[in-house]
Ligand binder design. Structure first.
Ligand code: HC0
Ligand code: SF4
Length: 574
């Protein structure tokens, strides 16, 4: 151990510890902007580019960056001298001198790390005047807005995109004042292999990267008398939305969500969880078919649109192995615009389906031409958890005091299996609960597959069903997905089924969720919330959902049959 002193407090820390880490252990806060250590998902941004964390070290002439200076025996450090504080203020003022001063109108207003730091440091004027950047805004995609004028070159997005997601879309180009973070050849993001996973947005400290805001589209639909506006809520929203209103991560707010949506004026309030149960019926049937016929194995799950886009770009020779199931929210849209439209006796052209998702890739997914029927899209508008929270605030709803309410039927009833879709491993666990009972004709005693739980990037298990050993794997984060796919490509893999989600931790860690500001424990707590909701449900296997049984009886016919294929399945492109 190495003995050091910080602000007169003594501590012994292991060799290799940085001053920043040692200070944290003493509860001494040193501000940072670029630094981000998400070691559970192997995202460590170590560029030391912002220099906001400078401190004084006895015997050293210059101030040193705490994030990249390792401690040494006997070091005496001060984080709070006038010189260090002045230097920090100067650096933030310099950053602000080349930053649009439009905080009041900014997408990240009240959620921006630069804004909070300027406030914390008490900055009230900017001494420096000079050239300012003017790069224009990239609004080419349906998912992501890139505004380089708000970029502070922290490089977090670059680390996330290249090292964690291995997509390699974003990198620093040019030098000095001309430096920008950009795709190759300054291409708009739409023309790159960006998956729209939104993980760059999740770590951006400012509004350089944000989601495409669809709030006004939802208000317009709600105010159009000719439209029947139907909303569905993704599994992962119910354990994260509360954070936007001061609640703890993982707190279940399903009932309050329904009440808020009623006040906002939606005509029907349904649950994506219903469609997740439906997905399991189709996906478990497909898995059983493929195992019995020993064909197209391993089967890969297909609910995550960023994962699908990654796959189409990076592994075009494996296009026949993902499940052909549409994702649950797309299945929901397809069923709403057929079965429900018939039941309600309305023209699907006058239906607007709004999806509330923890995800920015779902915005792009909804525009994929094959996810439509006779030019009518399955899903019309997608908003994120954050946008939903903004709508609640805009409408002046006091979210915390709302009473609980229930989803409408017939597309609002769900089982515990569907709830856990929102966390890594949940889709596969839900599929196994059903596949097991269908293959063996026996009730599954222990329905919780603990080996598939937790935030680990890759998880594996072997499940004995009758006399077959079914090998399964779960990956979250696209870098982990790449590893699994490379094994499949080279013939090293012996899995039957693999679940893949693009965001580390699954949808609970989605790019549209309330900002975690570097605290990954929040993602685990949201997952715990989903497992709790699963345990609280009377029905915990998708095939037990009575409304799903009714849907097949009244409308779809056989699971994985002709009509189900026409409405609920899709295909992929090179
Ligand atoms: Fe997910 Fe979904 S679980 S992708 O993670 O499968 O976004 O929450 O809505 O569609 O159900 C996201 C979350 C969904 C879908 C579901 C799946
Ligand atoms: Fe990279 Fe994902 Fe951001 Fe696209 S959305 S640039 S793939 S991190």
């Amino acid at each position: 151990l190495i003995n050091i002193t910080i602000n007169n407090k003594k501590i012994a820390v292991p060799k290799g510890t940085t001053i920043l880490e040692a200070a944290k252990a003493l509860n001494i806060k040193i501000p940072t902007l670029c630094h981000l250590d998400l070691h559970d998902i192997k995202m460590i941004n170590k560029v030391s580019s912002c220099r906001v964390c400078v401190v004084e070290v006895e015997g050293k002439k210059n101030l040193l960056p705490a994030c990249s200076t390792l401690v040494s025996e006997g070091m005496i450090i001060r984080t709070d001298t006038l010189r260090a504080i002045k230097a920090r203020k100067n650096i933030v003022e310099l950053l602000l001198s080349n930053h649009p001063q439009d905080c009041l109108l900014c997408e990240k207003n009240t959620n921006c790390e630069l804004q909070s730091l300027a406030a914390e440091l008490g900055i009230q004027e900017i001494k420096y005047k000079g050239q300012t950047s003017n790069h224009g805004i990239d609004k080419s995609s349906y998912s992501i807005v890139k505004n380089l004028d708000k970029c502070i070159l922290c490089r977090r997005c670059e680390t996330m995109c290249n090292e964690v997601q291995t997509v390699n879309v974003l990198s620093g180009v040019n030098r000095g004042f001309e430096t920008i973070i950009s795709p190759a050849f300054y291409n708009p993001i739409l023309e790159t292999s960006c998956t729209f996973c939104g993980q760059c947005i999740a770590v951006c400290p400012t509004a350089a990267l944000t989601e495409v805001n669809n709030i006004s589209k939802v208000w317009d639909a709600l105010n159009d008398d000719k439209k029947t506006v139907i909303v569905q809520v993704a599994p992962a929203i119910r354990v994260s939305l509360g954070e936007e209103f001061g609640m703890q991560p993982g707190e279940i707010v399903t009932g309050k969500i329904v009440s808020a949506l009623k006040i906002l004026g939606f005509d029907k309030i349904f649950d994506t969880d219903f469609a997740a149960d439906l997905t399991i019926i189709e996906e478990a049937s497909e898995l059983i078919y493929r195992i019995k016929n020993n064909t197209k194995l391993p089967m890969l799950t297909s609910c995550c649109p960023a994962w699908i886009k990654f796959f189409e770009h990076q592994f075009p020779d494996l296009l026949d192995i993902p499940s052909t199931c549409k994702s649950p929210h797309e299945m929901f849209g397809a069923i709403a615009k057929t079965y429900l439209a018939q039941k309600m006796n309305i023209d699907p052209k006058n239906m607007v389906i709004v999806s509330i998702m923890p995800c920015v890739a779902k915005k792009y997914e909804a525009t994929r031409p094959e996810l439509s029927n006779k030019n009518i899209r399955d899903v019309d508008i997608v908003i994120t958890t954050r946008e939903f929270a903004k709508m609640i605030r805009e409408a002046g709803i006091d979210f915390n005091s709302l009473k609980d309410n229930n989803f409408d039927n017939p597309l609002g009833e769900s089982t515990g299996a569907s709830v856990i879709f929102g966390t890594t491993g949940g889709v596969l666990e839900a599929a196994l609960r059903t596949a097991y009972e269908w293959i063996t004709n026996k009730p599954l005693e222990n329905i919780e597959f603990n080996k598939l739980r937790g935030i680990n990037g890759i998880k594996e298990a072997t499940i004995k069903i009758n006399n077959i050993n079914i090998n399964v794997a779960v990956a979250s984060g696209l870098g982990n997905a790449r590893k699994i796919l490379e094994d499949i490509k080279s013939g090293r893999s012996n899995y039957h089924a693999i679940e893949i989600m693009a965001c580390p931790g699954g949808c609970v860690g989605g790019g549209g969720q309330p900002y975690h500001h570097g605290n990954l424990e929040i993602i685990s707590k949201r997952a715990e919330g989903l497992y709790k909701e699963d345990r609280s449900k009377k029905l915990r296997k998708s095939h037990e959902n009575p409304y799903i049984q009714k849907l097949y009886k009244e409308f779809l016919g056989e699971p994985y049959g002709e009509k189900a294929h026409e409405i609920l399945h899709t295909h992929y492109f090179k």
